[in-house]
Structure formats: C-alpha cells, structure tokens
Design a protein around this ligand. Structure first.
Ligand SMILES: *Cc1c(COP(=O)(O)O)cnc(C)c1O
Length: 365
C-alpha cells in the first residue's frame, strides 16, 4: 500500500468516559491487565478494500459471527509494549518501530495481511494521546498497550481469511513486582514443547500461548513461578520461558543466550540487552545451551547468574530451577550483579535518565 492511500484516523471520543475520580481510584493499584482505558484503536482489512476505516473510538465489545475464522483456526497475532512517563514528564514509547516490524513478521507467518508500520505507530500514538490520563503516576507505572489482529471473516473453509480486524487496547499497570525484584523459580517442562522447528515459535501469536498453558499450570502446581521450555526435537536445549527470553552469565563475565532459529520469540528486550552488552564490551554468545550443562555449570560455579527478560518485567533473576531430575540453585539464589546492572541500564534509558545512544526512546508529547 502506498502512503497516499493510508487511511486517516477518525477520532470518535468516548461520550461517557470514566469520571476522573473513579479513574484515579482504578489506577491507584491497577495490578496487570485488569484496568482498561476509555478508548481503543480499530482498523479494518478486507481483501478488496485493503486497510480502511481507521478509528479511535470508545472501548466496546466486538461483535463477531460465530463462524468468524479466528474462533476456529486461530489466525491471531499480538504485540505488547508500554507507554510511560519520562523523568522530565514527557510521555514515551520504547522501540515502537521494533514492535511494528515484529507485528509484520508475525502476520507473514500466520498468512495474514501486513499492517504498514506507519499505521501501527499512528494507532499507538493516537490511543496514548487520548488516554494519557490513564498512565499511573506511581513509580514503575505505565500504560500497557496491546495491539492485536485476528481473522474476522465469516467462513469455515480452511484457508487464510479475507477479512481482519486490527485493534489496540490499553491497560493501566503498576510495577510488575511490588517492592523490588525478587528472583523467580522456574520449572523445566519434560512433557510439553512450546514450539517446533518449522512451527510458529518466532511469531507472537495467541496459539503459542494456548500451547504453553498446561505447562505453565504444571509449573504453578510444582510451586514455581514460570515454566522453561526445551527444544522440541531433542528435549535438550534450553529455549525460553512462556513469555520471556533467557540469558546465562558466566564466571568470566561473558553471557550466553539461545540463538534465534525460528523456535524462540525474538524479544525486543533480548535484542536491547545484546546491544547494551556490546556497548559495554561484554561478550555474548548466541549459542545453544543444554539443560545438563546449565545444571552442571550452576553446580560448579561456572555459571554465576541467569536472568529472564521481556517488556512486562524488564529483567528478572532466575534463582532456582526445578525439574523431575531434581533442583538446582544459581549463584546465591537471588538477583546477581549483572542482572541488576542490565536492569538498571535498561530502565535508566527507558526513563530518560541515561543517555540513549541507539535512539530507542520515542517521545510522544
Ligand atoms: C513477547 C515475548 C517475549 C518477550 O519479548 P519482548 O519484546 O522483550 O517483550 C519472549 N517470549 C515470548 C514467547 C513472547 O511472547
């Protein structure tokens, strides 16, 4: 689509927004994914009209025919990003262009139409602008943005749909971990795989999450916070958590992270940490790391730290790993130095407190 036929957003403000005092009460302690704003962004797609009918409108339920393709064959993708206040009071996004690019790649994999990056970015900016009062003022508070797209065509035949809805909703969220950042305990899934070679592991699609939920439930039953998945082919190589990438910190100060070969989600936080490490002269190898190696390196002390990373929690230490083969603890079991340093570096750039050499922070207004 050329930029000349890019649809213009029709702004239809909510006629009955949540009153200010009620909004303040809701965002005082919002938790995660429960408090939603007054508006949403919507763009329609059809094969004959392309992208059209771009709107910011009152947040409302979506009417779908029971034969809508997404309800049967799960053509659905999403993104996750945050709008937040900088220390100087401006509102900003972190690397939104990377989310826009990943959304296009996810669409490609799921045989969906690609949303032009400028439409993605505009939908986000317009929604944040109209709902900016929903950004919590507490430390670590933000507006979690959830762009998503699904097949809305009424048709039960198995083929890529010809109609789609793209939407963005926004949710006020507090700090991911209240009162500091603890180390998490994770469960190694023996029975389940998240993604297989040739599958959809690198696409941010709802189906991957559906596939991970029994394993996540098993992790909770085992007293763990999260599940860690091994590769589907050999059940040997450590891949990622249900929604976070992993880094291993060695005793020589170098780091290892599993390589992107199609079964791992290419996290924007992962990529940012790779670049920060490079800036600081820290060697990072994108290299397969085996579960048995992980255990023996933790036991020998060759492995100092392990951390998980993603937009929601930024950087989180992994303290203990549990499995049917027994448990092991990493370092002292709490957040190590590199984990804390990477977290602080990233958060300082995100908040506009440190120099932003890569131009990651996009100020909105
Ligand atoms: C979204 C996601 C991540 C983290 O990606 P970020 O861009 O850093 O938020 C990691 N793994 C999976 C499976 C994900 O869906």
């Amino acid at each position: 689509m050329s930029s000349s036929d890019t649809p213009v957003f029709d702004i239809q403000p909510n006629a009955a927004p949540v009153p200010g005092s009620e909004r303040e009460a809701r965002i005082a302690d919002p938790g995660f994914g429960k408090v939603f704003t007054d508006h949403m962004a919507v763009i329609r797609y059809s094969e004959d009209r392309g992208w059209h009918d771009a709107r910011i409108q009152a947040r409302a339920p979506v009417e779908l025919d029971p034969a809508a393709a997404v309800l049967h064959y799960a053509q659905e993708i999403f993104e996750g990003m945050k709008a937040y206040r900088l220390t100087d009071g401006a509102t900003a996004l972190f690397r939104p262009d990377a989310n826009a690019a990943r959304f296009k790649r996810s669409a490609q994999r799921m045989a969906m139409p690609e949303l032009p990056e400028e439409l993605f970015l505009e939908s986000i900016a317009k929604l944040v602008e109209i709902d900016k009062d929903w950004i919590p003022t507490m430390e670590g508070g933000s507006l979690y943005l959830r762009p998503f797209m699904f097949a809305s065509e009424t048709f039960l035949g198995v083929r890529p749909a010809r109609e789609y809805l793209y939407m963005v909703i926004a949710s006020s969220v507090g700090a991911y971990f209240k009162g500091g950042t603890p180390a998490i305990t994770i469960w190694v899934s023996d029975d389940y795989s998240r993604a297989a070679p040739g599958g959809t592991g690198a696409a941010k699609c709802g189906g991957n999450y559906a596939a991970s939920l029994v394993a996540q439930a098993e992790a909770i039953r085992q007293g763990c916070d999260q599940v860690v998945f091994l590769d589907a082919a050999e059940h040997r190589w450590v891949e990622e958590l249900g929604g976070m990438n992993l880094f291993f910190v060695m005793d020589d100060g170098s780091m290892v992270t599993p390589p992107l070969k199609g079964t791992i989600l290419p996290g924007i936080t992962r990529d940012s940490i790779l670049k920060l490490a490079q800036d600081e002269g820290i060697a990072v190898r994108e290299e397969a790391y085996a579960i048995d190696q992980w255990r023996s390196d933790a036991e020998s002390g060759r492995l100092r730290e392990t951390f998980a990373c993603g937009t929601a929690a930024v950087v989180t230490a992994v303290g203990t790993v549990k499995s049917t083969n027994g448990d092991f603890t990493i370092g002292g079991g709490g957040p190590g130095q590199m984990t804390q340093r990477m977290r602080q570096r990233l958060v300082a750039i995100q908040r506009g407190e440190a120099e932003d050499p890569h131009g990651w922070v996009k100020r909105l207004f």
